[in-house]
Design a protein around this ligand. Structure first.
Ligand code: ZN
Ligand code: ZN
Length: 274
């Protein structure tokens, strides 16, 4: 099972880092987690630039940075697939409404294209499964479970655990350390965590930035979560504030203070094998 960090950026645009998105490839299946800025560009970079190649899209929560290019997935699926082939999406409570509103927001484009292409006879469709806890997806030899995580005031954020080939990969999304995250991580081979640098954020003069500290994991907390779970590889992503080139070792060392295993400071398209 391979984990590819498609986008490792945060909500602010960065020329070198797309928005949050992670691909898990398992037993021939392509599972996409989150749909941040540029997700289809990064999928194209690994030869999967059409939603048709994706077996399932998973959303961890509905913050904009994790869903910026969801509409691109919906449109590109619609115009490249036979009629009535839905984009298959699993997400937290609220995903169905979010998908409906996204399709509605595309109304002008949908109208133009349906007027122009005789074989486009139906609106874009999205097949949504909303999940909160427990089994989220099962197909062939791939199983995905989920659990609520702590990203208050986002009250429906979930983390995922993919199991296949005797391995386990955790896509935590944005979360504080919490018991349910510990359960997801228990014995995992790879744990992908979005993180903040507490020291750097505290030094920033912007009051709004200080708010991000109370609903994310710091590097140190991600390391401690990985250690408690007996994780093999911790993958750091979604760097807040943006990771200055050349400082990778600082981020790794902060997590490594609390974790004996391998720490990967991800770039876009970093690949880790579980
Ligand atoms: Zn978030
Ligand atoms: Zn985020």
């Amino acid at each position: 099972m391979d984990v590819i960090t498609l986008g490792t950026g945060n909500p602010l645009p960065n020329p070198d880092r797309a928005g949050p998105a992670t691909l898990v490839r398992a037993v021939g299946q392509n599972l996409l987690f989150d749909a941040g800025r540029g997700v289809l560009l990064r999928l194209a970079a690994v030869g999967l630039g059409l939603p048709a190649f994706l077996h399932q899209v998973f959303l961890t929560h509905l913050h904009s940075d994790h869903t910026t290019d969801f509409g691109d997935l919906v449109t590109t699926n619609w115009i490249t697939m036979p009629a009535d082939t839905p984009l298959r999406v699993t997400g937290p409570v609220g995903t169905e409404r979010f998908a409906d509103l996204t399709v509605a927001s595309l109304g002008a484009d949908v109208g133009y294209r349906m007027a122009h292409h005789q074989d486009l006879t139906s609106q874009p469709s999205v097949a949504v499964t909303e999940v909160t806890d427990g089994l989220a997806y099962e197909l062939g030899d791939v199983r995905v479970s989920c659990a609520p995580v702590h990203h208050f005031p986002v009250d429906s954020a979930i983390g995922y655990r993919v199991e296949a080939e005797g391995k386990a990969v955790v896509i935590a999304g944005d979360t504080r350390p919490c018991d349910s995250l510990d359960r997801l991580c228990s014995g995992a081979d790879v744990y992908v965590q979005t993180i903040v640098r507490t020291d750097l954020v505290k030094a920033m003069p912007a009051p709004r930035m200080q708010d991000v500290l109370d609903y994310h994991s710091s590097c140190e907390e991600a390391g401690a979560t990985a250690q408690r779970g007996g994780v093999r590889i911790l993958v750091l992503t979604h760097f807040v504030p943006g990771l200055a080139p050349g400082t990778e070792e600082e981020w790794r060392a902060l997590a490594g203070k609390f974790f004996d295993g391998d720490v990967v400071v991800a770039s876009d398209l970093t690949s880790v094998t579980a």
